[in-house]
Design a protein. Sequence first.
Lengths: 378, 215
Amino acid sequence: MISASFIDVNTDFNHFSAADFLSNDDFIANQLNPNSDTAKNWQAWLNTTPPNVSEWNHAVYLLESIQLGLYNYSSNILSDEAILSLLQRIQQTNNEKQDHKVIIPLRPWKWIAAAVLLIFGALFLVRLLTKNEAKTYYSLRVTDTDKKHVERINNTGTSQMILLPDSSIVELAPGSKLAFNPDFNKADRIVYLAGEATFEVKKRSGRPFLVYANELVTRVLGTKFIVRAYDTEKKVLVDVLSGRVSVFREEADQTNQLGTDKNTGGLLLLPNQQAVFSLISEELKKGLVEQPVIITESKQTRPQFEYESEPIANVLRDLEKSYGISIRFNEDMLKGCELSASLTKESFDEKLEVICKTINAEYQKFDGQIIINAGGCN
Amino acid sequence: MNFRVKFQSIRPLLRKHLSAKLLLPSTDQDLWKAFQQGDEKAYTSLYMKYVKDMFRYGSSLVTTSEAFVVDCIHDVFTELWVKRERLSVPDNVKYYLLKALKTRVMHLLERKERPYTPLSELTLDFFETNDLEVIEELEFADSRQEKLRVLIAKLPNRQQEAIRLRFIENLNYNQIGEMLNVNTQSAKNLVFRATEQLKKWIILPILHFFYIFLG
């Protein structure tokens, strides 16, 4: 049937544009799931050296590009466990529907026993909840507001992936809790956190994403970062993995709802930077994350960190560029200093140590930057 | 020159291989008829074969958690089981299941039993294609895949749904029309407009930036 219809319209293909090909079922079916007949037919047509072969190529390229662009969609795969547990649920429902005629009547004393049990159970639960959650920042925020929140609690021993309604991804650490408004997508994107979580936030024009955690607010547009705010710890940490993040205290946010850069005491964080908010001293400080990672994506532009008599200034600039961490040094003093070393496997700190040993210098971390003190080569 | 699509799923090939070489009675229609007779194995095979496709398509219809879509798939399959003797045999089982899922999802959303919004009702402001805005967003994207994702996300929702159904789910335009409640020609037009727009961004070097970004 396919080959017959193919021959009928064969002549038309010579006038097809790329978009025409992509509006044609036979073309796409052959690209997605060819069989020997369709493949032969298209090859035969291509062998006639059609005048619009470039349109055909564009169509193939576009189709490939669209599929690549739809990767987020096509790779959204239900896990095997979820598939099996859903199957069990379906089978259970089917069995229940078949057995629905069998009703077991309960005797009156059983009803009473059940009611008593229920009341005690409820009381116990209420006590348990109020006892554990009293007074924590998170529970105040989540129960205080009028709106009901959707809450996710990770009681397992491993981190849990949560997909938010705006398709941002949260990796919730064990023992942590996350709450958000059911209207998350329509209103502001606000989440409340107790514990630790890594956020991979989808960028949405004009709709910032806010994380409230122990009096600290983290505001982003689209990035990846970690917030650590355990109720038992006396500080809040924000580590930036990519993109830009602004962090400020909650009071500052309330006086200035838009969270512009004028925020008093707010910080703008770049990748590999960290904000530490101490709940005791109420101080907000900028620093570097413990283990800075290379942030340049493409491997071609990434320096190899293999040096043969390379001026030290160039090495430091490589470091600065790859980690996005600014390094301050006195260029004049380091004139004539060279490095011959392979630093491919070393961490950021190890690389710095090797460099500083070579030039007899010391380094300091200050306000999210590296400062290289003194040094020089004779 | 590359004539084949690289992202072709291996499943259709496997399926073809099994039915041709082992002569198993495993076409969808055969499974369907067996399921209608009450064959639980056939029913389970159909479930295992299409549950992933249903899940990803269902997830694309609503801004929602996994649980809501999973509930809807549950409802579709349990309803099929109850009505099995009265059903006709569909020409294309996958299309039938996707359509049934969409009907279920939309039904629940209309009854407002769930606190989720269908994507089609979301604010339209960030779907408007403004070239400057596209350029700005592309600066944030760091891989070709991410850039293409951004461009596709700029298309109107119905065009996005149409290209997902055509280029990933491999439904034909007739079926896509049925899914979107329009005729076949309108379904083609949706994809035609989407591809024209993407072609403008991806292939034609009118916007010189994109050529560099995507090249």
